[in-house]
Design a protein around this ligand. Structure first.
Ligand code: MF3
Ligand code: CO
Length: 297
C-alpha cells in the first residue's frame, strides 16, 4: 500500500480519471491508457475510450444481465410444444416490465415485438406471431435483450422441442461449444479476430458453416455499439481487446451452406438459402486482463 499523498505536493494539478472514480488519472486508468497507446503506435486498431466501460457502467450492465438471464430461465421453464411464439413474446414483455426494465428489441428500428424467436431454418430475427406454433422436432432460438436503468444486456439460447433426432441435438450442442470457444479466445490485449479464429474452424470441422453477414457487437451503454464481432477471423488481427470492453458473441451456425436471405415480406427475418437448420447461442461478455467474464449466464 502506497502512502497517501506521497506522489503529489500541495498546489499540484492532479487530473481526475475519466472513469469517474474520483481518483487521479495517474493512479487509475493511466497505465491502461499508456498500454493502449503503445499498441496504437505499433499500428494496431484500438478501441476509443467510449468503448471501455467505467466501473459504474459495468455494475449497471451487470444488473441488466441478471434480469436478462432470469428471463431466459423463465422462457426455458414455460416453452413447450403447442405454444405460439406470440405467447413467448408475452412472457418476455410481462417479465421484463415487472422488473422495471424494457425489452430492447421493442420498437428498435420499428421492430414490432419484444424478442426474436427463430425456428429451424430461420437464422435470426424471427418475429413472434400467433400463427407460429411450436411443433415437436423444432429447434428454436429465443433472443432477448433488456434495458435496465439505461444499460443493455443481450443473450440467446436454443430450445429443443419434443422428440428431436440425435443429428439436431448434436448440431445445437456444437453451436453452443462454438460460443464457449469464442468466449475462451477473448481476452484483454488479444485481438477481435481471435474470436472468429476459434469458432469457424471448429464449426467447419463438424461440417457446418458460419454466417458472416450478421455477428456480435459492442453492447452495454447502447444496444449495438462498435466493434462488429465477426465469427470468422484470423488470430492477432482486428481491433485490440481492452479490459473493460463489453461485447456479445453470438455465432449463427448453419447445418448446410452459409448463404442467407432476408424475408422480403417483413424485412427482418433471416433464413438459410438451402433450407437447412440454423442455430445460435449468445452471451454478453466483459473483457478482463486475463480473459472474458460472461455477464449473462
Ligand atoms: N439480439 C439481436 C441482435 O443483436 C437483437 C435483434 S433485435 C431486433 O441482433 F430488433 F433487431 F430484432
Ligand atoms: Co446481439
Amino acid at each position: 500500500m502506497k502512502k497517501a499523498g506521497a506522489l503529489y505536493r500541495e498546489g499540484d494539478i492532479v487530473e481526475e480519471c475519466w472513469c469517474g472514480s474520483g481518483r487521479p488519472h495517474g493512479e487509475c486508468h493511466k497505465p491502461l491508457d499508456d498500454k493502449i497507446n503503445y499498441f496504437k503506435e505499433k499500428g494496431c486498431l484500438v478501441p476509443g475510450r467510449e468503448l471501455i466501460k467505467t466501473p459504474a457502467q459495468i455494475e449497471g450492465i451487470r444488473k441488466a444481465c441478471v434480469i436478462n438471464t432470469a428471463l431466459l430461465d423463465l422462457v426455458g421453464e414455460k416453452i413447450r410444444v403447442g405454444m405460439t411464439t406470440e405467447e413467448i413474446d408475452k412472457i418476455v414483455y410481462d417479465f421484463t416490465m415487472s422488473k422495471g426494465a424494457v425489452p430492447a428489441p421493442l420498437g428498435f428500428y420499428g421492430y414490432p415485438k419484444s424478442c426474436c424467436t427463430s425456428i429451424n431454418d430461420q437464422v435470426c430475427h424471427g418475429i413472434p406471431s400467433s400463427r407460429d406454433i411450436l411443433r415437436s422436432g423444432d429447434i428454436v432460438n429465443v433472443d432477448v435483450s433488456t434495458i435496465y436503468e439505461g444499460y443493455y444486456a443481450d443473450a440467446s439460447r436454443m430450445f429443443i422441442l419434443g422428440k428431436v433426432d440425435r443429428r439436431e441435438r448434436d448440431f445445437v450442442a456444437i453451436t453452443k461449444e462454438c460460443l464457449n470457444l469464442g468466449i475462451k479466445a477473448a481476452k484483454g490485449w488479444g485481438f477481435l479476430g481471435d474470436i472468429g479464429a476459434a469458432i469457424a474452424p471448429f464449426a467447419r470441422k463438424h461440417g457446418y458453416s458460419v454466417v458472416e453477414e450478421f455477428g456480435g457487437h459492442g453492447v452495454g451503454n447502447d444496444f449495438h455499439e462498435e466493434p462488429f464481432v465477426c465469427h470468422v477471423g484470423r488470430k492477432d488481427t482486428g481491433m485490440l481487446l481492452v479490459p473493460g470492453m463489453v461485447l456479445t458473441i453470438e455465432p449463427m451456425i448453419n447445418e448446410g451452406k452459409k448463404d442467407i436471405f432476408i424475408d422480403e415480406g417483413n424485412g427482418w427475418t433471416v433464413y438459410t438459402c438451402d433450407g437447412g437448420l440454423s442455430a445460435q447461442w449468445e452471451h454478453t461478455i466483459l473483457i478482463t486482463e486475463d480473459g472474458a467474464e460472461s455477464l449473462t449466464y
